[in-house]
Design a protein around this ligand. Structure first.
Ligand code: NAP
Length: 336
């Protein structure tokens, strides 16, 4: 085979504020690859199946990517050539360092996981069976210390992390309050069985939480002012789980809101747990994630909403949409 096009998203520079497609991330369709002859040096060549557009990639822009290199994120590919006995042609692999490109070469020491065929779409491994799903599952088990009948408030409830938390908490007999930034997302929360679903752009968060008797567990995906508001509505002995702070991902630290709520921690005997999923997995294990969650997904007991595009170029706008909330479901690229 002679060289074929290998369209690629290239990272150029770390933006101040929200990334601009075509400026900080550029779609290059002039790059080629020769699948038969590209050197593998003991590694593998994959054809890309799906790529996950996670808002946390914005954070990786601050410290990880080098200018004018392929943009990396969570991806699934099928092995089409292998010089590594651990990976066979036809197997599907997942890695958090997948180049946003149609083909990828991974060296002999790349961080790859061979996926078991579960009879689920490969895009699932980028959402509910991916980083976000594990973040929710492990964080809830490790830090919520939930008791039946308690009230949990989940911000950004329609995202993957939030929607998994809402469903797990509901299944365990908690009363679930959750917010999202559009009416269509609120409808999705209702479909998940959330008891009190509201649009935080239309309704005041503190009013809703107080009207509903306060909060025993606050699952924070947002940070900033929303965190402070929720902390003001906590019940005594409540738990606050700091999972993300998406409202500030596009700000520099000097612009962060700060938090005036430490007095709440004292007078209400609150416990605050922050965590990075990889550290939590190392410390606590995966709480049977792989033996339980795929089955829950297959049985329709854990649902997430995806927004799928077959065009790699769309990944740049999808990232922006997830960072400003104009998405409607977890962004995934599914390539043929
Ligand atoms: N701790 C960890 O190890 C770990 C690992 C993975 C992810 N996370 C974090 O977990 C959170 C959820 O992750 P996810 O992958 O499931 O993403 P996600 O919830 O789909 O995140 C995107 C959503 O965030 C909301 N958002 C965007 N800008 C906002 C703003 N200024 N204020 C309030 N909400 C805003 C929007 O929803 P609305 O329209 O509803 O506002 C948007 O659709 C993120 O903060 C992520 O960084 C943490």
């Amino acid at each position: 085979m002679s060289p074929v096009p290998n369209p690629t998203i290239v990272f150029t520079s770390n933006p101040q504020g929200v990334p601009v497609p075509g400026e900080h991330l550029v779609y290059r369709n002039d790059i080629t690859i020769d699948p038969d002859h590209v050197p593998l040096n003991g590694g593998i060549l994959t054809k890309t199946i799906s790529l996950g557009v996670d808002p946390y990639l914005r954070n990786r822009m601050y410290y990880e990517y080098k200018p004018n290199t392929p943009f990396l994120g969570h991806g699934v590919g099928v092995v089409i050539r292998s010089e590594n006995a651990n990976y066979q042609v036809g197997q599907h692999i997942h890695t958090p360092d997948y180049p946003f490109a149609h083909y990828a070469v991974f060296g002999a020491d790349a961080n790859l996981r061979v996926l078991k065929e579960e009879g689920l779409p490969w895009t699932t491994y980028l959402g509910v069976l991916g980083l976000a799903g594990q973040t929710a599952w492990v964080g809830y088990r490790a830090f919520a210390h939930a008791k039946k009948g308690e009230t949990i408030y989940v911000s950004t409830g329609a995202g993957v992390v939030g929607s998994v938390i809402c469903q797990v908490a509901k299944a365990e007999g908690l009363r679930v309050i959750s917010s999202a930034g559009s009416d269509s997302k609120v409808e999705f929360l209702k479909e998940l069985g959330v008891d009190v679903a509201f649009n935080y752009k239309k309704q005041d968060i503190a009013t809703v939480l107080k009207e509903n008797g306060g909060v025993d567990i606050y699952w924070d995906n947002v940070g900033g002012k929303a965190l402070e508001t929720a902390m003001g509505c906590m019940n005594k002995w409540g738990r606050v789980i700091i999972c993300g702070f998406i409202s500030e991902y596009n700000l520099s630290p000097s612009e962060y809101h700060g938090n005036q709520s430490m007095l709440q921690v004292l007078v209400k005997n609150l416990t605050i747990s922050g965590y990075v999923v990889f550290d939590a997995l190392d410390k606590f294990g995966d709480f049977n994630f792989w033996s339980e969650v795929p089955t829950l997904v297959k049985e329709g007991k854990l649902k997430v909403k995806e927004q799928v595009s077959n065009n790699l170029e769309d990944s740049m706008q999808m990232l922006v949409d997830s960072l400003v909330g104009t998405n409607d479901g977890k962004g995934v690229i599914a390539l043929k």
